[in-house]
Design a protein around this ligand. Structure first.
Ligand code: PGA
Length: 237
């Protein structure tokens, strides 16, 4: 038997984080444009999982349109309440999210910086996500943040996303070699959980990251807002 037949393609996660962008109408247009491009290019996803994280206001409609368009998209929330549902004005609970998404982004550096999320808060969010069978996509910008959450990660269904602060939204991605070396260290700490790279990923550089042995996909911010650019990222990954 040919040795190549023992080689398994790794599963790749391509996650688009829209952050605080897009109205419901714009969400619908994104999905239609993505679907047109997808069908025209006759893309086969194979082992690629494509996940989008629209804002809460668009999540339900994105889910609905994706079903109508028969897209094989999966969904993530961009955040989750650390508490069960109840009298917590403004919060969206894990139980509510589970109706629309299977993933939740936790601990993004923009939340850590702008909304003062600390390790304790992040642990609560991982715990409640696990309770409702949501897969956490835990963002970390350094190895210390991984060590802080290590125990939680071991006991949960967790994907890690390594996002160096200087690379986020700057157009200055990390080098694939450095991202690979950090991803390999993260994998050692978290029992081989999938590790994504995030920070200024585009259709032109995505493959330099996804071809690295310890990198299992990408978390894309700005470039995911344009459906055709995101489609190119999916294709080139
Ligand atoms: P960016 O954002 O792709 O716009 O750099 C990445 C992120 O914040 O997840």
């Amino acid at each position: 038997m040919c040795a190549l037949s023992f080689y398994h393609m790794k599963k790749l996660f391509i996650v688009g984080n829209w952050k605080s962008n897009k109205t419901i109408k714009e969400t619908e247009k994104w999905l239609h444009d993505f679907s047109d491009g997808f069908n025209k290019a006759n893309i086969k996803l194979g082992d690629k999982k494509v996940i989008i994280a629209p804002p809460f206001t668009s999540l339900e409609h994105a889910h609905y349109c994706s079903g109508n368009l028969k897209l094989s998209l999966e969904f993530a929330a961009q955040d989750v309440s650390p508490l069960e549902e109840g009298s917590y004005t403004g919060e969206v609970s894990a139980r509510q999210i589970k109706e629309l998404a299977d993933y939740v982004i936790i601990g993004h550096s923009e939340r850590r910086t702008n909304f003062y999320e600390n390790g304790e808060m992040i642990k609560k969010k991982i715990t409640i996500s696990r309770q409702y069978r949501l897969t956490s996509i835990l963002c970390v910008s350094d190895l210390k943040q991984i060590h802080d959450a290590k125990f939680m990660i071991h006991n949960s269904n967790c994907i890690l996303a390594y996002e160096p602060l200087s690379a986020i939204g700057s157009g200055l991605p990390d080098t694939p070699q450095n991202a690979e070396s950090v991803a390999a260290k993260i994998k050692e700490i978290v029992n081989d959980a999938p590790v994504l790279y995030g920070g200024s990923v585009t259709s032109l550089n995505v493959n330099s990251f996804t071809k690295m042995p310890s990198i299992d996909g990408v978390l894309v911010g700005g470039a995911s807002l344009d459906p055709l650019e995101f489609l190119n990222i999916v294709q080139n990954a």
